[in-house]
Design a protein around this ligand. Structure first.
Ligand SMILES: Nc1nc2c(ncn2[C@@H]2O[C@H](COP(=O)(O)OP(=O)(O)OP(=O)(O)O)[C@@H](O)[C@H]2O)c(=O)[nH]1
Ligand SMILES: [Mg+2]
Length: 177
C-alpha cells in the first residue's frame, strides 16, 4: 500500500463501509464481544485483560461503529432475548454480513440456524464446552453449500479468537461488491 493510500485509508476516505448484524441467543456473549472490538486492550495486554465496561443484557439492539483494516464497520448488536427476536428480520435486508455468536458452554443453546456466515463458538474457555467440531456437527453446518461459513472458538472476555474471526469475515466482505 502506497503512502497516499495509507494516508487516505487512515482518514477514512478509502474505507469500505459495511454493516454486520450480530445475532445469537441471549447471554451468548454478543455485547461482550462487540465491546472487545470497540475498546481493544492496550498493546501488551492483549489476551490478559477483561474487556471493560461490564455488560448488561441488551434491550432491543445497540448500534456501534469501528474500523477494521480498510473496512468501516457498523454493527447492529441485537438482543437475543425472546421478546426482541422478531426485530432481527427487519435488519437482514441492510446487513452485508451476519455474525452469529454461539454459547458453546450451553448445549441447550444449540438450535438450527441457516443464515450464519461467521459463527463464534464463544465461552470456549469454560471447562467442558463443546469443540468447534461438535458445534458444527450439532448445527448441521456441513450440509450448508450455498454460502461460505466459518466456526471460530472464542473468548469474548480475553478477546481470544475474535481477531481471527473478524479477519475472515472482513476478507469475505472485501471481496463482495
Ligand atoms: N466465560 C466466558 N464468559 C463470557 C464470554 N463472553 C461473554 N461472557 C459472559 O456472558 C454473559 C453474557 O454476555 P453478554 O455479552 O451480555 O451476552 P449477549 O449475547 O449480548 O446477551 P443479550 O444482550 O441478552 O442478547 C456475561 O456475564 C459475560 O461476562 C466468554 O467468552 N467466556
Ligand atoms: Mg447484548
Amino acid at each position: 500500500m502506497g503512502i497516499w493510500t495509507t494516508f487516505l485509508t487512515n482518514l477514512g476516505f478509502l474505507r469500505k463501509k459495511v454493516s454486520i448484524l450480530i445475532l445469537g441467543l441471549d447471554n451468548s456473549g454478543k455485547t461482550t464481544l462487540v465491546t472487545h472490538f470497540l475498546h481493544p486492550p492496550a498493546a501488551g495486554t492483549a489476551g490478559g485483560e477483561p474487556a471493560p465496561p461490564p455488560v448488561v443484557p441488551t434491550v432491543g439492539f445497540s448500534l456501534d461503529r469501528f474500523n477494521w483494516g480498510n473496512l468501516g464497520i457498523t454493527v447492529f448488536d441485537m438482543s437475543g432475548q425472546g421478546r426482541y427476536r422478531d426485530f432481527w428480520e427487519h435488519f437482514y435486508g441492510d446487513a452485508d454480513g451476519i455474525l452469529w455468536v454461539l454459547d458453546s458452554s450451553d448445549s441447550a443453546h444449540l438450535q438450527r440456524t441457516k443464515p450464519p456466515i461467521l459463527i463464534f463458538a464463544n465461552k470456549s474457555d469454560v471447562p467442558g464446552c463443546m469443540t468447534p467440531e461438535q458445534c458444527t456437527a450439532a448445527l448441521g453446518l456441513d450440509t450448508i453449500r450455498d454460502r461460505n461459513w466459518n466456526m471460530i472458538p472464542s473468548n469474548a472476555i480475553t478477546g481470544e479468537g475474535l481477531a481471527k474471526g473478524l479477519e475472515w469475515l472482513a476478507a469475505e466482505l472485501s471481496t463482495t461488491s
